[in-house]
Design a protein around this ligand. Structure first.
Ligand SMILES: [Zn+2]
Length: 273
């Protein structure tokens, strides 16, 4: 009886410790990302998506050497990465959006989608939507035919889906391997769109990274203010698995800088130069 109670108490303590760790403070930025976390990170919600574990290429010690650890110590102070209204807003596992944050200028994006329902995932913030429409037109002119899969996702949608995965997989930790905690998905910004193409059956998986459509996107998206947010080999920095299908709007100037310097957004903001 006592043993049972002790074990229960131990389990409870461990759960609290885990939850505390998951809400790690900004000062723990990046340097604290451990190997086991690297295999458990994707923000996608479609149960069909099964991200492969990835290991980064940069040794952890090197990350600690190269990164500023305080969120207030960004090297690019002129970029409004903390402003939820800015298209440069940074959202990741260390920087979440408030539960009540809803972009004020959401519009339906006029591009082909892989589904027909008129639902929230067709939406993006106005500027991002217009530039994505331009991108799709330019791509098509070069015989690159893309489809939208998932854009805006509300906090509530994310919360419901995360709860579904917690129930299905038995713990928050396991659920977090395939689903973002509410507030930590870039899709809540209205600045992200998952895209795919016919040759991979309109799916969101790493095979998209081997398509001609992705090859075009990789080298042209920045002209329209978009970046491929979660790159291969940068998983330990972005906190997410390689997601060639996930486009994020940051504006042409910033997207071009990131593309030309071959940096993730986190590296651009926090790497010591
Ligand atoms: Zn995405």
């Amino acid at each position: 009886m006592f043993k049972k109670a002790f074990l229960l108490l131990l389990a409870l303590t461990l759960t609290i410790l885990t939850l505390t760790a998951c809400n790690s403070t900004e000062s723990e930025l990046y340097a604290q990302q451990k190997q086991e976390e690297q295999s458990s990170q994707t923000e996608e919600l479609d149960p069909a998506i099964s991200p492969e574990p990835n290991n980064g290429t940069l040794p952890e010690s090197e990350i600690e050497d190269n990164f500023l650890l305080e969120i207030g110590e960004a090297t690019k102070e002129t970029i409004a990465y903390k402003d939820t209204e800015s298209v440069a807003v940074l959202v990741n596992k260390q920087n979440s959006l408030p539960a009540d944050y809803v972009p004020s200028d959401l519009v339906y994006v006029d591009i082909p989608f892989t589904f027909s329902e008129k639902v929230e995932k067709r939406m993006m913030r106005k500027e991002a939507a217009e530039k994505l429409e331009e991108l799709f037109v330019a791509a098509k002119e070069e015989n690159v035919v893309l489809y939208g899969v998932s854009g805006y996702r509300s906090y509530q949608t994310q919360k419901s889906l995360f709860a579904y995965f917690v129930q299905r997989d038995g713990s928050e930790e396991k659920a977090n391997q395939i689903s973002a905690r509410p507030g930590e998905s870039e899709h809540q910004t209205g600045l992200a769109m998952d895209v795919s193409c016919q040759s991979v059956n309109f799916g969101l998986n790493e095979n998209f990274g081997d398509t001609a459509e992705y090859a075009w996107l990789k080298d042209n998206a920045h002209h329209f203010g978009y970046i491929v947010r979660y790159q291969k080999g940068k998983e330990h920095i972005t906190g997410y698995s390689y997601e060639p299908w996930h486009l994020r709007y940051v504006g042409v100037e910033l997207a071009t800088a990131l593309y030309e310097q071959d940096l993730t957004y986190e590296e651009y903001l926090f790497l010591k130069i």
